[in-house]
Design a protein around this ligand. Structure first.
Ligand code: SR1
Ligand code: MG
Length: 429
């Protein structure tokens, strides 16, 4: 499947058609004459080109990395090697969480190009949530994906040698890590050219982020944890734009930010994006209270997200731990079993605190940093948008500064519920 010949070039429509026509398996999947294939560029992410190609028999999705950040342009170069790490991560995730990532059909290292199954009729979950759609399969699927990919690439499941080989295999993806280190953990808290927010309503809040030393300590501790905690192979960008859904299926896409990092970063990413969908929802209402049922579902999903993830992760630990951490010989007998179980609970409590902190960081970056999300951006009236954003920031700030106020996931949802109708000073006027 993997190919490595040829020089890199950007494949626009005609070149892509010729390229795919030259690969017998793909041409057969598409069917009919290559000239009849429809090719549409649909990429709405920040980094890459994405094409949907459809023929008489079927379709495929083609993703090609650009040598720069698409959102910004050629002034911000970015290594093509991210396509290699994405392919590697997708391959590993497919083994560990079968059916929860798109099937890989072809990869060309030199072209930084990957061909995958066409996910149809799946849509990007973020778009569905903006429309107020509920996804009944989501929580079970995403918790299975996270529990299995994170547990089985951790020291709880791997030998020390396997784990270190894993870390080494992804260590070269540091340019993508640097994006996260800058855009999530640094820029929103300082003057940075690419920052933006809903002005003038959030001007004072933006200034307060730049001036709050306790917040600077808290975000820097999280940054250090992100940089120096190779706990497991994480997706690295697990927001609702990296998840495609239908009523009955969930697929996780786009793991180009994958590396060995803190487990709480992936869990916190999903948590943050559900919280943002919750706070954005009021801004999408056409009549007061119209989306209450959707909002109740989001909060219920947030609670299940943590509870189900923790249950599945602990089950794997209790039944499938073959890693070099926590040697069984140190926890023999009834006394050992009881002590190890208490330690598992303490591990999960620490992981929850990490997830709460990372969720806060991921929320603040989407409101004050370079890359925003459509949950808020599609609220047309800027004052209304700023109200939703200010509620999310108020919760995020407390989560970052007072993590002890959130010992359980129910404390997070209770705090979110309380802020649903909170009116910042600028709300009227
Ligand atoms: C310059 S890239 C901006 C963001 O897009 C990706 O989806 C990541 O979230 C990254 O931080
Ligand atoms: Mg992406």
């Amino acid at each position: 499947m993997a190919q490595g010949q040829g020089d890199y070039r950007i494949l626009h429509e005609a070149a892509l058609r010729d390229y795919l026509a030259g690969i017998a398996d793909l041409a057969a999947t598409l069917g009919g004459e290559p000239a009849s294939w429809s090719i549409t560029e649909v990429g709405d992410g920040n980094l890459n080109l994405v094409f949907i190609v459809e023929g008489a028999r079927g379709g495929v999705a083609v993703k090609q990395a650009l040598p720069y950040v698409r959102l910004v342009g050629e002034s911000w170069p970015l290594p093509l090697s991210r396509a290699h790490y994405e392919f590697l991560a997708l391959s590993r995730q497919a083994q560990l969480a079968p059916g929860l990532v798109p099937a890989l059909l072809h990869h060309n290292e030199a072209l930084a190009l990957t061909v995958m199954e066409l996910l149809e009729p799946h849509i990007i979950m973020r778009k569905g949530m903006v429309a107020g759609t509920r996804y009944p399969r989501f929580v079970d699927d995403i918790t299975t994906f996270m529990a299995r990919t994170l547990f089985f690439t951790s020291d709880l499941a791997l030998s020390a040698a396997e784990k270190k080989q894993g870390i080494a295999a992804f260590a070269g993806n540091h340019a993508l890590c640097k994006i996260t280190e800058d855009l999530i953990f640094t820029d929103p808290y300082r003057i940075a050219e690419q920052n933006r927010w809903t002005a003038p309503y959030l001007d004072a809040l933006a200034a307060s982020l730049r001036d709050d030393m306790e917040l600077h300590v808290a975000i820097s501790r999280l940054k250090l944890k992100f940089m120096a905690s190779p706990e497991a192979l994480i997706h690295g960008d697990l927001h609702t734009g990296s998840i495609m859904v239908t009523d009955s299926q969930t697929r996780v896409i786009d793991p180009e930010f994958a590396f060995y990092g803190p487990i709480g970063f992936d869990v916190g990413a999903v948590l943050a994006n559900l919280l943002m969908a919750y706070f954005a929802s009021a801004g999408h209402e056409r009549s007061p209270g119209e989306r209450r049922a959707f909002e109740a579902w989001v909060l219920e999903t947030i609670e299940k997200l943590w509870n189900e993830f923790a249950r599945k992760f602990l089950d794997l630990w209790r039944t499938g731990a073959a890693g070099d951490a926590y040697p069984p010989s140190l926890f023999a007998g009834e006394k050992g079993a009881a002590r190890l179980e208490a330690e598992r609970q303490a591990y999960m409590q620490r992981l929850f605190a990490d997830a709460v902190g990372f969720a806060a960081a991921k929320t603040i970056r989407r409101i004050f940093g370079l890359a925003h999300n459509i949950d808020f951006e599609l609220i047309e009236d800027p004052r209304r948008r700023a109200v939703s954003e200010a509620r999310a920031v108020r919760l995020a700030r407390t989560m970052m500064l007072e993590p002890e106020a959130f010992p359980t996931i129910a404390d997070v949802t209770a705090a979110a519920r309380k802020l649903r109708d909170w009116q910042p000073e600028f709300a009227t006027g």
